[in-house]
Design a protein around this ligand. Structure first.
Ligand code: FES
Length: 439
């Protein structure tokens, strides 16, 4: 971390601890694999940017919403999540980013064809995520990230292949290129909004609310184009598959995995999508993959491996949390069952002077729900428990988080949200709530 700017964080996957990072990579790579099945279904539906492409994009988002909300109801227990104004704005950005990405993709294909649109939009997205992260969010791009980014993009270009016939003088060619670049920017904003949604609500709620907003944004364009709602039973089955699997399930995995991979890592991992599409086309449509394509595959996979590689840490910046194996493996302490363990004092006394009289039991239950919603990918790794008196009664309602042994007090759900989101999920100490501040 740059000592001149303590808020500046490196754009690197190693800011997450080992297991959550591994789970994050598994989630985003599975999501990208599921996305890769979309192309073959759209091919069967008879569209790859054709007249009904906007209709299908609208239906894809609209039909995914009930799937996401039912998943949230089953997994988290609520249909919708309570949102602050900031949280609502993040989800608006998520939905509009997805809608704009879908729309510009269709418009780009109409003007410059599939090959150029795919190359610019898919390869451009991780570049813009990195640029926005560095220029706008003040993050540092580490050499490992840069090497992985360049490697993965070179591999993708070789895999997808450069178009053999490009008519730069054709009507609207450069407008089409500009729209394809805009498509990449929209996708980058979607990824960054998806990353930000991790501190707003759980991935199923974020996807459900965000995609409802995205579907509403696409509806006017679908109506102008002539919304196509007449499909064969097989066509509806394929639409439901796309809504449920490569949209609802894949987006849930992607949103939850981004916490472990970071935005730039997630964007690079999503380059697996064209590879899966290509492999499915070779297997199911008997398309031919050239040796250049095979070389591109190897290079692309190398980029994805590079971005996941975690160098051995030798030091930790002040304010960051060490993974428990580093933080607590000093020869006298070992903590292996959970990455973090938070204890809520829920003690009661007859004289009314104990933590439970400040709502500790209810807020402990709230913290469990909030954590399950915010980080389902960390289930089993972080534990929330009730405890008896922790002997810090004079500070008010008390919690302690191990292995860092950081003590907090709290007043309401807002404080609990911050402890869960910042400390339990992101590993950052909430200084303002500490009762054992070193200062
Ligand atoms: S009653 Fe909660 S710390 Fe003592």
């Amino acid at each position: 971390m740059d000592s001149a700017n303590p808020t500046q964080r490196p754009v690197t996957p190693d800011s997450s601890s080992g297991k959550s990072a591994r789970d994050g990579w598994a989630a985003v790579l599975t999501a990208a694999t599921l996305w890769g099945t979309t192309g073959i279904v759209f091919h069967a539906l008879g569209t790859s940017g054709g007249a009904n492409a906007v209709s299908i994009s609208f239906l894809r988002l609209a039909l995914s919403v009930p799937f996401l909300l039912v998943m949230a109801r089953i997994r988290v227990g609520t249909w919708l999540a309570p949102l602050t104004m900031r949280g609502f704005l993040v989800l608006i950005g998520l939905g509009l980013g997805m809608a704009a990405y879908q729309l510009t993709y269709v418009l780009a294909i109409e003007r410059v064809g599939v090959a150029i649109s795919v190359l610019i939009s898919i390869c451009g997205a991780p570049i813009f995520v990195a640029l926005i992260s560095v220029v706008w969010l003040g993050e540092r791009l580490q050499a490992q990230t840069l090497v992985a980014l360049v490697t993965a993009i070179v591999g993708t270009v070789l895999l997808v292949g450069l178009p053999t016939e490009v008519n730069q003088n054709s009507h609207g060619f450069w407008i089409g290129v500009a729209i394809a670049i805009a498509c990449a920017v929209c996708q980058a904003f979607y990824v960054l909004a998806a990353r930000a949604s991790g501190s707003v609500c759980g991935p199923m709620h974020a996807g459900g609310i965000g995609f409802a907003i995205g579907a509403l944004a696409l509806l006017p364009f679908g109506l102008v184009e002539g919304l196509q709602l007449s499909y064969s039973p097989g066509g509806w089955a394929m639409l439901l598959y796309v809504a449920a699997v490569p949209t609802a399930i894949a987006q849930t995995l992607f949103l939850s995995g981004l916490k472990g991979t970071g935005a730039i890592g997630g964007a690079i991992a999503s380059l697996l999508e064209p590879l899966v599409s290509t492999v499915l086309a070779v297997i199911l449509l008997h398309e031919h993959m050239t040796w250049v394509g095979v070389l591109g595959t190897v290079i692309l996979l190398s980029g994805i491996v590079i971005i996941q590689w975690t160098p051995k840490k030798t030091s930790q910046a002040r304010g960051d949390i060490l993974p428990c194996t580093d933080a607590y493996h000093d020869g006298t302490h070992t903590m292996t069952f959970y990455q973090r363990h938070i204890f809520f004092c829920t003690n009661r006394r007859e004289n009314g002077d104990a933590c439970d009289h400040h709502g500790a039991t209810e807020l402990c239950a709230y913290a469990k729900r909030r954590f399950a919603e915010a980080a389902p990918h960390l289930a089993g790794q972080i534990r929330v428990n009730r405890a008896g008196c922790l002997s810090q009664c004079e500070y008010g309602p008390t919690v302690v988080i191990y292995p860092e042994a950081v003590w907090y007090t709290y007043i309401d759900t807002k404080d609990i949200d911050e402890i869960v989101d910042e400390h339990l999920v992101n590993g950052r100490i909430v200084q303002r709530l500490r009762i054992d501040s070193p200062n």
